[in-house]
Ligand binder design. Structure first.
Ligand code: ATP
Length: 315
């Protein structure tokens, strides 16, 4: 279990992390989500004691990480896959880490096999693809067989097979009772991997709950309606208290009424319907909406949720 309490980090006048409080439970995969610049990497560095907090604390199994002497056998981490001496081979890189952490040499071969790098073990890391570097970083995190594992954007650069493999690996590590904390800026990467979510934006905590609770809270339902007579139907719907937008594809998007009520109204007023569909906002949409106000580099891209705005105007 990792406990993060009122954790704050300021760089000069810039607050990277502001009073974050959350827990990461063992035996589960916890997704650490937030847009670029949200403070994820800073939080991970603070968790590992690589940087000192301006305020607050992090404890791993009840003790600050700095006080722990077992290094890689206590906490394994992948922070920056590029942070490897390019002149080393994969084997040498892991061998050096193993030696300085008093980990037996046999473990190097085991983790190389685990991440699928046995055949590339004697090649220089300088020639590795990003995906291979990620695998090597994961191997280093696993080297000490630690109970706690932290990964910063581990899926970057992996091909679909690699992504599937990493997902399976995280699930297995959690099933073994370990604490697995994985950062990402994409909900789609966590949706089928994480049990719990910690969501941050501009250094602030936005949500810390189970994925199921997040989904239940944010799974807003709307009704998509295709009709040749939108000018008649729209005021009937708004008179019933619904918000009506359009989806840019000729459909009305109705929130605040369920599909059966929309169907009844249409029938009563003899409005022809070509389509009537209930839609549930995806987790990705809910995440985008939750973090929209905290984007460091907002773009003018419209996401589907904005189409449900009553006026149809982008927010
Ligand atoms: N050493 C530093 N000096 C000054 N500002 C920093 C430093 N490290 C991070 N920051 C700032 O703190 C904020 C959080 O950055 P951080 O890298 O933790 O975010 P992140 O969520 O990991 O983003 P990304 O997904 O882009 O990696 C950013 O505004 C960043 O510019």
């Amino acid at each position: 279990m990792i406990e993060v309490n009122e954790l704050t980090k300021r760089y000069g006048s810039r607050t990277a992390v502001n009073a974050l409080t959350f827990r990461v439970r063992s035996g589960l995969v916890t997704g650490f989500l937030g847009p670029n610049g949200a403070g994820k990497s800073t939080t991970l560095r603070l968790m590992l004691g690589l940087d000192g907090p301006t305020g607050g604390s992090v404890t791993v199994a009840g003790r600050p990480f700095r006080e722990r002497a077992r290094g890689l056998r206590d906490v394994g981490a992948l922070l920056d896959a590029g942070d490897v001496h390019g002149g080393h081979t994969a084997y040498t890189h892991l061998r050096v880490l193993a030696r300085s952490n008093r980990i037996p040499r046999t473990r190097v071969d085991e983790v190389l096999a685990e991440v699928g790098l046995t055949d590339a073990a004697r090649r220089r890391v300088a020639g590795f693809s990003l995906g291979m570097r990620q695998r090597l970083g994961i191997a280093a995190a696993l080297l000490g067989d630690p109970p706690v594992l932290l990964f910063d954007e581990p899926l970057n650069g992996l091909d679909p097979e690699g992504v599937r493999w990493v997902r399976g690996l995280f699930r297995r590590l959690a099933a073994e009772g370990r604490t697995v904390f994985v950062s990402s800026h994409l909900m789609s990467e966590m949706e089928h991997t994480a049990d719990d979510l910690v969501v941050v934006g501009r250094g602030e905590l936005i949500a810390a709950e189970s994925l199921d609770a997040f989904a239940a809270r944010s799974g807003r339902r709307t009704v998509a309606v295709r009709t040749p007579d939108a000018p008649t139907l729209t005021p009937l719907l708004t008179a019933e208290g619904a918000s009506v937008g359009t989806d840019g594809d000729g459909r009305l998007v109705v929130s605040g009424l369920d599909a059966s009520r929309v169907g009844e109204l249409a029938l009563r007023h003899r409005v022809l319907l070509h389509e009537l569909t209930t839609r549930t906002a995806s987790l990705e949409e809910a995440f985008m909406e939750l973090t929209a106000d905290s984007l460091e580099y907002p773009t003018s891209v419209e996401y589907p949720t904005s189409l449900e705005h009553p006026t149809g105007e982008p927010r």
